[in-house]
Design a protein around this ligand. Sequence first.
Ligand SMILES: Cc1cc2nc3c(=O)[nH]c(=O)nc-3n(C[C@H](O)[C@H](O)[C@H](O)COP(=O)(O)O)c2cc1C
Length: 208
Amino acid sequence: MSKLLHVSASPRGESSDSRALAGAFLDAHRRAHPEVAVEELDLFDGKLPAFGHLAAQAKMAVWGGGQPSAEQQGEWDAARAVFDRFAAADAYLFSVPMWNAGVPYALKQWIDIISQPGWLFSFTPDAGYSGLIRGKKAAVIYTSGVYQPGAPLPYGADFHAAFFNDWLRYAGFTDVAEIRWQPTVLTATRDTDKTAARQRAAEAGSRF
Ligand SMILES: Cc1cc2nc3c(=O)[nH]c(=O)nc-3n(C[C@H](O)[C@H](O)[C@H](O)COP(=O)(O)O)c2cc1C
């Protein structure tokens, strides 16, 4: 059975705008593909390990062609377990609200944990980075309260979709669908915008 992993980067639970769209996407996807198992990964459930001194030392040891030390091995293994859960899926849905023009810190923490040499990417001085996540597709839901593409700078800049789309490219994804609902707050038409966004999410979910 193929597996779709929904990676949620909003801590707002039932109030979450991106989760509402993810729900529409997943309901439609389940109807179109009942054979696909959907798994939820809540990045704000408090279970992500830290990626600090020992893990960063381990990364640089591996990057230099070596091995983590005995002291570093525990944090390196904890990072590997997070990567393995990610890599076990065949397809991905990401729910990504904008936080301070970028992505929520739990998503950045997760990215910093799983983006390791030999796991997510390889590197050569001649060719640069190559993503190792190949042949898998992704869909991303982007929400922001005020920012929208083309907005004047006082309404925010995009280090959000720009960053996350680039991480997907760096990881090796080439087949990426985007569903945007922007803005979710600074608008007099929130309810109709939400209905339209849920509709777009459902269409993307049944096509996915
Ligand atoms: C901590 C935090 C930071 C935010 N920063 C921004 C921001 O920089 N620009 C913006 O347009 N909206 C910002 N917002 C608003 C959210 O992006 C917006 O409400 C979005 O719809 C939330 O999605 P969610 O309900 O799935 O969490 C922020 C919200 C929070 C909670």
